[in-house]
Ligand binder design. Structure first.
Ligand code: ADP
Ligand code: MG
Length: 725
């Protein structure tokens, strides 16, 4: 490329004309803009002025006030989106698609034209797109090819209060980028949770914080009722204290819905067509389904029960936003807390929990426990019902419990493994993570752990002093794969082993929730169904068996018969679909890196050797006395019931998932081989020698070699000659 001669004046002129033409075409494609009656619309001129006068603007406002849907329009009206696109990031995939759809609808354009979206593996945007909605992960990924984000002239970081690792990283990156891109405008929007933090992060050259525009929402009073999950009955014997018994969450939800059903004539009003819908917040999909089943069983007249969580298909999600008659009970995860506005909500039931990922410093394990939500989250949830008129929120916990909760949820950067962020930063040549301008700096121990994991995966060379050369070839390739670094490592090793097809299937299964269902009251039946796929030595092979079975059934059965079969055999259809999609997407991504899946089936050894490269710190040696496994760095774990290895207890195992609950459990496991470990972990081994002596047999000095990986002895009594030490 360097040999190419500099452009002639004619060529330069031709380019200028072409560019001008393109810009003119973009400008001409801007649709007519109107604003619905929303709080943001009322202050749109103030917002426009702030964007004109400042490089960064913070906009804080109640959920539903129009930040997400109206601010891109304000930008378009300002003439932004022409020289470069308006990038609009969302923390969740489900929201990215839904926001783009809504925006296209309000602007009366086809989705994928002026308004497009991109989420992992799906790109519904073109070069002509003016507003591109995407997950923050996509924006991060684009950095690898477009360091200065040249394709954008405006970036809106929406839902910044979520403080995901991606958001924090993007905010840090933008802070560094802004001086290099004086023409770039950044708008950070947030629910009314601590916007000052963002303003202080984006100080201008004079040290002045970025301006904050607060959008006051129209909110109506919300009555909070505490209904903890206990039932108090008077003592049978007089004088004794009352008897408190716990009730389960599903019962609590049903009772709350019943209470709200007849509230002040709600049922009559609903018949007259006023919005009397109920939004229930739960921690996850399973909880949602359990509650949905119970509510269906109540046979409430004229009522529709609707689940809302990330995994639903577009059509299923759309139902929540569609007009309807009759009453609705929407069961949602915290996606409905601030990301998506469910219309017509008059009542909220809040179970008070969410799944929050946590990293255990002690065991180096990432977990996804269900935890009590913060007071800020509880406030957001109850606020969902004060939008159209006054509302009622029932919290399934006590006021004392509420008051004892933390004010905010910790940002993810303080509770997650940092390996993938450090890898991204290294790949981008950002240098020392300790000097990166994070909104909130991570704990240095977490940084150390992240670096350690990257070294384990062979992604970085810690000995390399020059930070620009620290990334290995493996690391560079891992950074380009949109999965967890451990899983990416396995796929790369699988290419060399000729086992990519199998390993992609396993990696996809490990990236989603188990497709096998074990309903509480039918566990034995479910286990019996699933036992057919079980491989005695490897839960991974079990997954492959299940995969093959599903493929075969799908070929033979009609769509509806296949769904019925799934239900009967305790397999979760939606997750199977997700599994298959993910395998397809991984295949595409690998192809883009010129890595083709094997056409011949791989052997079990090939598959397991590839998997091992991602699991070197999750191996275990059986301790017969204690009947548990000795793992890396002194960790001790047991095989979880349900794993095929529970019974056989082989001497060596590797585990894809260590889960810390009452104790450390190994969930998805396979037998492994210390010789393989020695080979795959060669860069991590510690060797020591003892008892040097003269060997007559070898006619030389020998010693006993001991080889350990993270303190787990792989070899204890290998006789080696001095020459080889
Ligand atoms: P914010 O980002 O401030 O929470 P939004 O811009 O998402 O607010 O929503 C503003 C209003 O637009 C909501 O109150 C809702 O009534 C309406 N709205 C947003 N998305 C949709 C949708 N997909 N379908 C119907 N109405 C919607
Ligand atoms: Mg929003």
């Amino acid at each position: 490329r360097q040999d190419r001669p500099p452009p002639t004046p004619e060529e330069r002129e031709a380019r200028r004309v072409a560019r001008e033409k393109r810009l003119a075409a973009r400008a001409a494609s801007v649709p007519a803009i109107t604003y619905p009656d929303l709080p943001v619309s009322a202050v749109k001129d103030d917002i426009a002025a702030a964007i004109r006068d400042h490089q960064v603007v913070i906009i804080a406002g109640e959920t539903g006030s129009g930040k997400t849907t109206q601010i891109p329009k304000v930008c378009l009206e300002l003439g932004r989106g022409i020289a470069g696109q308006i990038g609009h990031t969302q923390p969740r995939r489900i929201a990215a698609r839904s926001v783009a759809e809504r925006l296209a609808e309000e602007l009366d354009v086809d989705l994928g034209k002026q308004v497009g979206y991109q989420v992992r593996f799906t790109d519904e945007s073109t070069r002509d797109t003016l507003v591109k909605v995407m997950t923050d992960g996509i924006l991060l990924n684009e950095l690898q090819r477009d360091r200065d984000l040249r394709r954008y002239d405006t970036i809106i970081i929406d839902e910044a209060h979520e403080r995901s690792l991606n958001i924090d990283f993007v905010l840090g990156y933008l802070k560094q980028l802004l001086p290099r891109r004086p023409d770039l405008k950044v708008i950070v929007t947030s629910a009314t949770i601590d916007p000052e933090r963002f303003a202080a992060h984006f100080t201008d050259r004079d040290g002045k914080p970025a301006p904050i525009i607060e959008v006051s929402g129209r909110t109506y009073p919300v009555e909070i009722r505490y209904r903890p999950l206990v039932r108090v009955e008077p003592a049978k014997t007089p004088g004794k204290p009352d008897v408190e018994t716990e009730i389960d969450q599903v019962t609590g939800i049903c009772e709350a819905v019943e209470e709200l059903w007849t509230e002040g004539g709600a049922a009559e009003r609903a018949r007259e067509g006023s919005g009397e819908d109920i939004l229930v917040f739960l921690s996850g999909e399973r909880e949602i389904r359990d509650a949905a089943d119970a509510l269906e069983g109540m046979n409430l007249p004229g009522t529709e029960i609707l689940p809302l969580f990330g995994r639903l298909s577009a059509a299923e999600q759309h139902r929540v936003f569609s007009r309807h008659s009759g009453r609705r009970v929407v069961l949602a995860t915290n996606v409905a807390e601030t990301s998506l506005t469910v219309p017509g909500i008059r009542y909220v039931v809040d179970a008070g929990t969410a799944r929050i990922s946590r990293y255990s410093q002690r065991t180096k394990v990432q977990r996804l426990p269900i935890e009590p939500i913060s007071r800020a989250s509880a406030n957001q949830r109850s606020g969902r019902c004060g939008r159209v008129s006054d509302g009622i929120a029932i919290r399934l916990y006590s006021e004392a419990d509420h008051d004892a909760r933390p004010e905010f949820t910790d940002p993810e950067i303080l509770r997650t493994n940092l390996a993938s962020v450090i890898l991204q930063m290294t790949a981008l040549g950002l240098g020392d993570i300790a000097r990166f301008p994070f909104v909130e700096a991570p704990d240095s121990r977490m940084v150390t752990d992240g670096l350690r994991l990257l070294h384990e995966l062979h992604a970085i060379d810690p000995e390399e002093k020059d930070p620009r050369r620290r990334l290995t070839d493996v690391g560079r390739r891992i950074a380009r794969l949109p999965v967890d670094p451990r899983l990416a490592r396995m796929m790369l090793a699988a290419v060399d082993e000729g086992a990519l097809r199998e390993v992609m299937t396993i990696v996809a299964a490990l990236s989603i929730q188990d497709v096998r269902e074990r309903p509480l009251e039918k566990q034995a039946q479910a286990d019996q169904q699933h036992a057919r796929f079980k491989d005695e030595k490897s839960d991974f092979v079990t997954l492959l068996n299940l995969w093959k079975y599903l493929r075969k059934q799908q070929k033979e059965l009609s769509g509806s018969a296949f769904r019925r079969m799934c239900k009967n055999e305790y397999l979760y259809y939606l997750r199977i679909r997700e599994w298959q999609d993910l395998v397809g997407q991984l295949t595409t991504t690998m192809r883009e890196l010129d890595l083709e899946p094997n056409s011949r089936p791989a052997t079990s050894d090939q598959v397991h050797r590839a998997l091992l490269t991602g699991l070197l710190s999750q191996i275990g040696l059986y301790d017969r006395d204690k009947r548990e496994y000795l793992g890396a760095r002194g960790a001790r774990f047991a095989i979880q019931p349900g794993s095929a290895l529970r019974r056989s207890s082989p001497e060596w195992v590797m585990s894809a998932e260590l889960v810390e609950t009452t104790r450390l459990w190994a969930r998805t496991n396979a037998e492994t081989d210390p010789a393989w470990i020695e080979q795959a972990g060669a860069h991590l081994l510690k060797r020591s020698y003892s008892e040097p002596h003269w060997s007559r047999k070898r006619a030389g000095a020998v010693a006993t070699e001991r080889v350990t990986l993270y303190g787990v002895p792989l070899v204890t009594d290998r006789q080696v000659g001095y020459g080889s030490i």
